[in-house]
Write a protein that binds this ligand. Structure first.
Ligand SMILES: Cc1ncc(COP(=O)(O)O)c(C=O)c1O
Length: 456
C-alpha cells in the first residue's frame, strides 16, 4: 500500500467518521450551542475539539460517559491526570471525609506534611511545596533557578510544553519562523507574550547535547538553568537518548546552572519515582502535577536543600491562596499512600505490555507507517514512518491525517483518546482491565483495516 493511497483513504475515513460523530453527539452539539456565556464554549481552549466539544456526564473506573449516554474506555485521562481512574474508592473516601471538615483555611494541615514526606521518599528530594497546576510549579521552578543563580536566561527544548506562563510559552507548537534546526529561534507561542521575555528563553533541539553545549558556550555564566521533560511528551513520546540526561546534568553543573525536570506528565506515571528514579539522573528541582492529586488540582515542586532552601529562608516566597489546599491534600495523600501502592505498578506494567505488544502486532500485520512507544502507564502510536527524536522530526514526519482518522474511528467505537490524538499519549489507570485494552486493540484494528483498504 503506497502512502498516497493511504492518504486518499484517510480523507474518506475522516469524512465518514465525522458524519458518524455528529449522529452520536446530538446533545453535545446542543450544549455547545447553549453555552453562549462560556468563551468558545469550553473552560480551556484545549477542550475545543473539531467538529465540536464533547460534553461529559460522569466517569466510573476506567470509563467515561458523555451527555449523549455513550460509554468510552478512557485513555484521555483528563490530559494524563487520571492515573487513579474515575471515582476511585480511596479518593472518594478521602475527599468526602475532608469536605465535611471544611475545605480551605490557607493554613497548613496534617495531610500536607504526610504528602511531602511521601514525595521525599519517592523522589529523594528533601524539600517540597505545593500549588494547584503544572503551570504554577514550573513557574516557581523558573523563578527559583533565576533567584538561585542571579541569572536571567533559561533554556528549554523546542516543542516542549511546560504550562502557560510567559517564560515557557516559547517555541511550543509554533510552526513558523523557527530558524535553523540546530539553533532554533525563540518564538512566542501566542500574542500577549512580550518579546523581551521571549528573548530570555533560549531554545535547543531535544536529544542534541552538542547544540546545548554550544548555547552554553555562547552565553558563559548567563544561563540560570534548563527546564525539560525528561521524556518529551508533546510530540508523541520522545525518550532521551543514552547519555542525554547525564550530559545535561554535567553541562548545568559545570556552568553553575540548575536542572529542572518537568515531571508534570511523567511523575508517578512512569513508576513510583517518575522519570527521576527511572533514569537515575537527579535534577535540582522536580515539578509534579496532573496525576499526583488523584484527579484534584494539585501540583508539587521538590528539590535540593540548597535550592528549595531559598524558600525556607524566605529569600524566594513561593505563595498561593490555595497552595496545599486541604481537599487537594486529602486526595493526594490517598493517591500516594492507598492508590499507588507497589503492586499497582505491577498491574500497570502488565496491562501496558498487553497494550503495547497488541498495538505493535497490528502495526506490523497491516504494515502501518507508524510505530508504538510504551513507557510506564503511558504510550502512543506515532504515525510516522521514521523514528522521531525531536520537534523538527515531528513537524516533518508526523502524519496528522492518520492520527485524526484513527482517533475518530476509535472514538466512535467507544475508545476516548486525547483529542485529537495529535501529539498526545494514552494513559492507563489503575482501574483499567484487560477487557479495556482489548477494546482499544479491536478499534485500532478497525482503523488498520480501513486505512489499508481491507474494508470500509
Ligand atoms: C509537561 C507539562 N508541563 C506543564 C503542564 C502545565 O500543566 P497545567 O495544565 O496543570 O498548568 C503540562 C500540561 O499539559 C505539561 O504537559
Amino acid at each position: 500500500m503506497v502512502a498516497g493511497t493511504h492518504l486518499a483513504l484517510a480523507d474518506r475515513i475522516i469524512d465518514r467518521e465525522r458524519a458518524l460523530f455528529h449522529e452520536r453527539m446530538g446533545r453535545s452539539a446542543e450544549m455547545t450551542r447553549a453555552a453562549g456565556a462560556l468563551a468558545g464554549g469550553v473552560s480551556s481552549s484545549w477542550q475545543i475539539t473539531d467538529p465540536h466539544p464533547i460534553w461529559i456526564d460522569r466517569g466510573e473506573g476506567s470509563k467515561v460517559f458523555d451527555v449523549d449516554g455513550n460509554e468510552y474506555v478512557d485513555y484521555h485521562g483528563g490530559y494524563g491526570a487520571m492515573l487513579a481512574g474515575h471515582a476511585h474508592p480511596a479518593i472518594v473516601r478521602a475527599v468526602s471525609d475532608r469536605v465535611r471538615k471544611g475545605t480551605h483555611f490557607a493554613q497548613p494541615v496534617e495531610d500536607a506534611m504526610v504528602v511531602a514526606e511521601e514525595l521525599r521518599r519517592r523522589y529523594g528530594m528533601p524539600l517540597w511545596r505545593f500549588g494547584n497546576s503544572g503551570t504554577e510549579c514550573t513557574m516557581d521552578a523558573v523563578h527559583l533557578m533565576r533567584a538561585y543563580t542571579g541569572r536571567d536566561l533559561i533554556l528549554k527544548f523546542e516543542g516542549a510544553y511546560h504550562g502557560h506562563h510567559d517564560s515557557v510559552q516559547v517555541s511550543t507548537w509554533v510552526v513558523e519562523g523557527l530558524g535553523s534546526a540546530r539553533r532554533p529561534k525563540s518564538v512566542a507561542y501566542s500574542p500577549g507574550i512580550p518579546q523581551a521575555i521571549v528573548d530570555l528563553t533560549l531554545i535547543a533541539p531535544f536529544n542534541d547535547l552538542e547544540a546545548v553545549e554550544a548555547i552554553f558556550a555562547e552565553h558563559p555564566g548567563q544561563i540560570a538553568g534548563i527546564i525539560l521533560e525528561p521524556v518529551l511528551m508533546n510530540c508523541g513520546i520522545l525518550t532521551p537518548e543514552p547519555g542525554f540526561l547525564e550530559g545535561l546534568r554535567r553541562i548545568t553543573t559545570d556552568s553553575g546552572a540548575l536542572l529542572t525536570f518537568d515531571e508534570v506528565k511523567t511523575g508517578l506515571t512512569l513508576g513510583r519515582g517518575g522519570a527521576t528514579r527511572r533514569f537515575g539522573v537527579t535534577p535540582d528541582l522536580v515539578c509534579l502535577a496532573k496525576a499526583v492529586g488523584g484527579g484534584l488540582p494539585v501540583s508539587a515542586i521538590g528539590g535540593s536543600e540548597e535550592v528549595m532552601g531559598l524558600i525556607s529562608k524566605g529569600v524566594y516566597e513561593q505563595v498561593g491562596t490555595f497552595n496545599g489546599n486541604p481537599l487537594g491534600m486529602a486526595a493526594t495523600r490517598a493517591m500516594l499512600t492507598e492508590v499507588l501502592v507497589d503492586d499497582v505498578y505491577d498491574h500497570l506494567e502488565a496491562i501496558e505490555r498487553r497494550m503495547g505488544d497488541g498495538a505493535r502486532r497490528i502495526v506490523e500485520e497491516y504494515s502501518l507507517p507508524a510505530y508504538v512507544v510504551d513507557l510506564g502507564a503511558k504510550g502512543c502510536i506515532t504515525y510516522s514512518e521514521r523514528r522521531i527524536r525531536n520537534y523538527r522530526d515531528f513537524l516533518e514526519s508526523f502524519n496528522e491525517k492518520h492520527s485524526l482518522a484513527s482517533w475518530l474511528i476509535q472514538f466512535n467505537r467507544g475508545v476516548f483518546l486525547p483529542p485529537f490524538a495529535k501529539g498526545e499519549q494514552w494513559l492507563m489507570s489503575v482501574q483499567h482491565t484487560e477487557a479495556d485494552i482489548d477494546r482499544y486493540l479491536d478499534t485500532l484494528e478497525v482503523f488498520a483495516k480501513a486505512i489499508t483498504g481491507r474494508t470500509g
